[in-house]
Design a protein around this ligand. Structure first.
Ligand code: URA
Length: 212
């Protein structure tokens, strides 16, 4: 996605005040069969500028196949366009050296709000027939904080969605109604294997929702 400079430049400048690095545009056809909304890019993504190109991306492609979809048919983006990182000190187990590392972390609500106009722009440009949120961050960005993935995964929700107000200080609700299907984040299964069955069922169910 080519964002207008007057939209992306101020957000990239303001992002410098936060532990965020890089900038990965959303990617995919402008007339996709679905729009996927994830959390934020990770280390792999900020290196190659391709959303969901790391480990979680491999899982996502497998899930898309269950719904009869390929990566080329879907538009992939996330709540935040830069990699949120934390700073940790640790002892390197191999060398014994003291080192500082910067692992990925979940974006904060403030960071999600800062980047909200970029996602709003993508939704307005694409007008997706189905929005598939993956994980709680994408879900809550779209449907608000009371939405929780473990209670609504795989459901078809027809609802207005949140977008950022012109001042960039809060969300407001769209007049238009969208079709939203919340899914677990593809990386969730790395931490909790017991989710695998539900995840598979949810993506197979998406097949009947997505138009051919
Ligand atoms: N998780 C996301 O939400 N997006 C990516 O691009 C990678 C991991």
């Amino acid at each position: 996605m080519d964002y207008p400079k007057e939209l992306s430049y101020p957000i990239q400048q303001l992002s410098k005040a936060y532990p965020l690095e890089g900038f990965v545009p959303g990617q995919g056809p402008l007339d996709p069969r679905i729009m996927i909304i994830g959390e934020a890019p990770g280390r792999t993504e900020v290196e190659n500028f391709i959303p969901f190109s790391g480990q979680a991306g491999k899982e996502l492609i497998k899930s898309l196949a269950l719904a009869g979809l390929t990566r080329e048919e879907v538009y992939i983006t996330s709540a935040v366009r830069s990699r949120p990182y934390s700073t940790k000190e640790r002892i390197n187990k191999r060398t014994g050296a003291h080192e500082i590392v910067h692992p990925n972390r979940t974006p904060t609500k403030k960071e999600v709000l800062l980047h909200a106009p970029l996602l709003d722009y993508e939704i307005a440009q694409i007008d997706p027939p189905v929005i598939v949120t993956v994980g709680n961050i994408g879900l809550q960005r779209i449907l608000g904080n009371q939405a929780v993935i473990k209670h609504c995964h795989g459901q078809v929700i027809r609802s207005s969605i949140q977008f950022c107000n012109p001042a960039g200080t809060a969300y407001q609700w769209s007049d238009k109604s969208y079709v939203i299907v919340p899914m677990y984040h593809p990386a969730a299964v790395f931490y909790n294997r017991t989710l695998a069955e539900d995840i598979e069922k949810d993506w197979i169910g998406l097949k009947t929702i997505v138009k051919n």
